[in-house]
Design a binder for this molecule. Structure first.
Ligand SMILES: NC(=O)c1ccc[n+]([C@@H]2O[C@H](COP(=O)([O-])OP(=O)(O)OC[C@H]3O[C@@H](n4cnc5c(N)ncnc54)[C@H](OP(=O)(O)O)[C@@H]3O)[C@@H](O)[C@H]2O)c1
Length: 246
């Protein structure tokens, strides 16, 4: 996809992967709208490029998502929708964890992308366009300490495959980016032993994938997880979750 003069929306564009994507996509000549809940963070992120616009929008808020869609339509419509906003809770369920937080994680990581696709799809179907869902390498092999997160990303993976199949005969291309551990605030509390990739390197892999029409983009260790899930699913699950079993 040639990004010049295209209109892109990136949810969760004020930090980490979304911010790095916004910068790279803006540098490619697109107009980028970034969203998030924190206005201050958004304004700071948007100040880096004149073609990045901030819009406060919580992906769990239906009215907010409709307003975002309408604002995009008012400037000519959306060519690229990136469902990137996400959170990860990391907890030991034996010690309890507020149900409200578990359900909020599902609302953001699962219902968020479904809501965005629902409201943006009619417009996307009117033009050559693309949807990018940012899931995780953990969609292939779940990580027990992040159980709601892993299950949410597995949902997003299956949802993206089905969406792609349903839209195959339309003008909408469907991509999935499955990052490995990336050096962002979301992964700050993860075990230090996990190797981390920079958001910039991830985004460079992502743009190559987009250019080559790779529907499932699996940078770094995500490619290994994908392979191992096929050839030795029990082994790779145990390896990833060693600490839970000792
Ligand atoms: N970092 C990793 O290791 C890693 C690995 C695999 C996949 N991922 C995925 O990559 C995506 C981005 O993660 P990241 O590492 O870049 O995290 P991050 O640095 O924490 O950024 C998350 C972004 O999402 C926004 N956000 C959170 N909840 C939101 C909501 N309800 N509505 C709208 N925006 C919301 C945040 O802004 P506000 O808080 O202001 O709303 C922020 O802009 C996530 O989907 C994550 O699951 C990350």
């Amino acid at each position: 996809m040639d990004l010049t003069n295209k209109h892109a929306v990136i949810t969760g564009g004020s930090s980490g992967i979304g911010f790095a994507m916004a910068q790279a996509i803006a540098a490619s000549g697109a107009y980028v709208t970034i969203t998030g809940r924190d206005r201050g963070k958004l304004l700071e992120a948007a100040s880096t490029y004149s073609n990045i616009q901030p819009q406060v929008c919580d992906v769990t808020d239906d009215e907010g998502v409709v307003a975002l869609r309408d604002a995009m339509n008012a400037i000519g419509g959306t060519d690229l929708l990136v469902n990137n906003a996400g959170i990860m809770n990391w907890f030991d369920i034996k010690h309890g964890f507020p149900l409200e937080k578990q359900l909020q994680e599902i609302d953001i990581d699962v219902s968020g992308p479904v809501r965005l696709v629902h409201h943006f799809l009619p417009g996307l179907l009117q033009r050559e366009s693309a949807i990018v869902n940012v899931s995780s390498g953990l969609a292939y092999v779940p990580y027990a300490s992040a159980l709601i997160y892993s299950a949410s990303k597995a949902f997003l993976h299956a949802y993206t495959q089905c969406l792609r199949a349903q839209l195959a005969s339309t003008s909408v291309r469907v991509f999935e980016l499955l990052p490995p551990v990336i050096d962002t605030p979301l992964a700050a509390d993860l075990e230090p032993s996990f190797p981390r990739m920079s958001p910039e390197k991830l985004v460079s892999n992502f743009l190559k994938g987009l250019k080559n029409n790779s529907e499932e983009i699996t940078p770094g260790q995500s490619a290994q997880l994908k392979l191992m899930r096929r050839v030795a699913p029990g082994y790779i699950f145990k390896q990833l979750n060693k600490q839970q079993q000792t």
